[in-house]
Design a protein around this ligand. Structure first.
Ligand SMILES: Nc1ncnc2c1ncn2[C@@H]1O[C@H](COP(=O)(O)OP(=O)(O)OP(=O)(O)O)[C@@H](O)[C@H]1O
Ligand SMILES: [Mg+2]
Length: 283
């Protein structure tokens, strides 16, 4: 019911479509800076695309388990999770859970077990490509796989960068936003050179934009000058409904589909879908 209501409010005439890409798009949502909107972006883009007919998988790769919480997927200790896939070779299909209330959306949760993975991975074979192997081995064809990274550049994030074709970097419209970005780009370049030659930083999304401040405007200009076409036209405003939604186990798309937070994530999802068609056609 909530899913239907959300679609009716966001897309009343039904004229906006989010065409399914010809090939599965695996997107790593990364930024080693904490609290810039990685998880919020993952959850809301995934829900927006799923509500419009795309088959979407979210992989929660952060021991904090925020994406699992945001999608209301059980992830207490003992629940099979992404750790089991990375360390014990459990197939992804066995740990993925259908997200309640949102057709076409699944989530591989993260439990507290994942906190140990960063260290345990060091001594396993093919430690950088465990997630890649798990995703490739999934029998289901998803239109989108979003990997929500932790705020670090350790082995978990490296696994995400090796598994993905595209990187989506959320950038918070605040001072210091660009600091540290070079380090992220350097790491992405290293992964490209050694492990995943076709990895592409395809998408930059500006988050928590506060239009009352001149600073937000300056950050936006900086980012657009630097990254050009990669930056989505849609900008996510700072919006209290966005931050309230997770405490109800919901995305803002269903929690308050009329809010500015929801409409801007809806626009961002639409742009991502359209770019996918330009890149490689439709399903
Ligand atoms: N557009 C927004 N408006 C208001 N609050 C927001 C917005 N986007 C995110 N937030 C809030 O900011 C906080 C950080 O967001 P989020 O958890 O998505 O960032 P993150 O990059 O995943 O953090 P971490 O690095 O810890 O994983 C959360 O409390 C979230 O609810
Ligand atoms: Mg997060």
């Amino acid at each position: 019911m909530e899913a239907m209501r959300a679609v009716q409010i966001l897309n009343p005439s039904g004229e906006v479509t989010m065409p399914r890409p010809a090939r599965s798009r695996i997107m790593c949502v990364a930024n080693q800076k904490g609290g810039v909107g990685k998880t919020t972006t993952t959850v809301n883009l995934a829900v927006a695309l799923a509500l419009h007919g795309n088959r979407v998988l979210v992989v929660d790769l952060d021991p904090q388990g925020n994406a699992s919480t945001g999608l209301n997927v059980p992830h207490h200790a003992g629940i099979p999770d992404v750790y089991d896939c990375l360390i014990d070779n459990v197939p992804l299909a066995e740990v993925a859970q259908a997200v309640e209330g949102i057709p076409n959306l699944w989530c591989v949760p993260a439990t507290i077990d994942l906190a140990g993975a960063e260290i345990e991975l060091v001594s396993v074979v093919a430690r950088e490509s465990r997630l890649s192997r798990a995703i490739t081995g999934h029998p289901e064809k998803f239109d989108y796989v979003f990997i929500d990274c932790p705020p670090s550049l350790g082995l978990l994030t490296v696994n995400a960068l090796v598994a993905a074709q595209e990187v989506l970097i959320p950038i918070q419209c605040e001072y210091y936003a660009l600091e540290g970005l070079n380090q992220l780009i350097n790491n992405i370049n290293l992964v490209r050179q050694h492990l995943n030659p076709t990895l592409d930083v395809s998408t930059i999304l500006l988050t928590m934009y506060d239009r009352r401040t001149r600073l937000a405007d300056a950050v936006e200009q900086d980012v657009r000058n630097h990254f050009g076409e990669k930056v989505l036209q849609a900008v996510i405003p700072r919006n209290v409904r966005v931050s309230e939604a997770p405490s109800y186990g919901q995305s803002v798309m269903t929690y308050d589909p009329g809010s500015r937070g929801a409409t801007s994530y809806f626009e961002a999802a639409q742009e991502i879908a359209e770019r996918g068609v330009k890149m490689g056609g439709v399903a």
